[in-house]
Structure formats: C-alpha cells, structure tokens
Design a protein around this ligand. Structure first.
Ligand SMILES: O=C(CO)[C@H](O)[C@H](O)COP(=O)(O)O
Length: 247
C-alpha cells in the first residue's frame, strides 16, 4: 500500500508502507515462531497488521487442532480475522490480565523501543501490550534500526481542534500530516485521527513520549518504550529466525 503524505510545508512525499517492501515469508516465519509460545488456557492479545495477521492465522490452525485459548483483539480487522479462523474472541470483562500479546512493529531500535501504528491501531495495541504479562513483538529484519524515526511516528489525536493539536506536534520539531486513506481522513477504530509526525530522528524517545503526552488532544503516540517488550522475534530473508528474550 502506498500512502501519500502531505506535510505542513505543502510538500508531499511518499511513505512506503511495510507491506510493499518486506519479505512476507520472513514475517510469516517470525509470527509462527511466536505462536509456539502460546499454551492452552491462555488469554491471548491479537495485534494488528500483516505480521500479526500471520500469527492470527497460525493460532487459528492450532485452535482447530485443539488449542484452547480466549483472545482479545487490538482492532476490528483483527477481531474479524480471528473469528474467520475460529479463534474464540472474549470480552474484556471476562479476565483481569492478558497472558501474552503478539504484535508487529514498524521500527525496533537497539534498545527494543518501538514505533507502532502504521496500521492505525496504536491505542488499542498499547492497551493490550500494557496489560499483558508477555508482549511478543514479531518483525522482519527490515524493521530493525539503530535509532527510531525514519518511519513517521503515528500519533492518535481527537478530531476536535485537530489543527491546533497538529501545530503543537509540529512545535516539537516534526513535519506533521493527518493520515489519508482513499482521499479522506483515515478514521481509527476509536473514531479519531492519526497525525503522522516526521522527525529527522528520535534520539530521546522517552522525553519525546512525555512531551507528547502533555499535549491536550493527543490520545497516545506510537512510541512503545521499554520495559514493554518481553520477547523479540525477528525473521530474516535467508530463513533464519532470532527468538530473543528481553530481560
Ligand atoms: O502497529 C501496527 C498497526 O497499528 C503494526 O503492527 C505495524 O504497522 C507493522 O505492520 P506490518 O506487520 O504489516 O508490517
């Protein structure tokens, strides 16, 4: 998928969404490795995106073969996919914590901090990750970076006074744009907007996270900072898989 991003300087550039450039096979292998960590009796959080979809499909196969789990989804799309492949989706009132959540990411830095939200599901994804005993991130090798920021940081904002909120985001040193889809504003599952924030680089993600959180109108940012990830699984184009426990 190709998304045209309009910046506040009226220039435009093209963001290649991960689907168009990365090896699907590496994503699939990483996702299947993650599913091997799911056991009967668990409550499982389902991420969003193409890598998470591979995990949902692999989980569905295991459920059909007898694995007994209950799942919660981070997006309407993932919930629909889960139902299609036979995974029982449960209500948030039915449990007090999630055993394991499996999700993808747009960037993973050397300290295992993430940018997420390329699929626009970052708020629900973060709620699931935060409430999970184990958060397994599955990516292909193209998502690994030394420093975050090449992928524009998605920030979910409420529609009210969005122009003012965009201005506040820009004052942090980024070019901002409201994400578009099919010629219209992209609307999240929470009826909000996504501001894509293009920083030159994000050298201090923790302080940026705090500054973003102080802006009224910002619901959440796509910065998922450590300690959040408990396991990182990376699929490589040559077929290798790295399954790393994060201490
Ligand atoms: O954060 C996300 C959705 O909001 C996705 O996990 C992220 O965009 C990675 O997607 P993909 O697995 O398709 O590369």
């Amino acid at each position: 998928m190709t998304v045209s991003i309009q910046t506040d300087s009226n220039s435009s550039r093209t963001l290649q969404q991960p689907d168009s450039t990365v090896p699907m096979e590496a994503k699939r292998l990483a996702a299947e490795k993650a599913v091997a960590h799911v056991e009967s009796g668990m409550v499982v959080g389902l991420g969003t995106g193409s890598t998470a979809s591979w995990a949902i499909k692999a989980l569905g196969e295991k459920v059909r073969a007898g694995l007994e789990i209950r799942a919660v989804a981070s997006s309407v799309a993932s919930e629909q996919l889960a139902q299609e492949v036979g995974i029982p989706v449960t209500d948030f009132s039915a449990f007090s914590f999630i055993d394991v959540t499996i999700d993808g990411a747009d960037e993973v830095d050397a300290g295992v901090n993430l940018i997420k939200g390329g699929g626009g599901a970052l708020v629900r994804e973060k709620i699931l990750a935060y409430n999970s005993r184990h958060f397994i991130v599955v990516v292909d090798e193209t998502k690994l970076v030394d420093t975050l920021g090449e992928f524009p940081l998605p920030v979910e904002i409420i529609p009210f006074a969005a122009e003012l909120t965009l201005g506040q985001l820009s004052s942090l040193g980024c070019l901002t744009s409201i994400r578009q889809q099919d010629g219209k504003d992209f609307i999240t599952d929470n009826s909000n907007l996504i501001a894509d924030c293009n920083f030159p680089t994000i050298t201090a993600p923790s302080s940026l996270h705090d500054r973003l959180a102080r802006i009224p109108g910002v619901v959440e940012s796509g910065l998922f900072l450590q300690p959040m990830v408990s396991r990182l699984i990376v699929g490589y184009q040559d077929g290798r898989i790295e399954d790393r426990l994060i201490e």
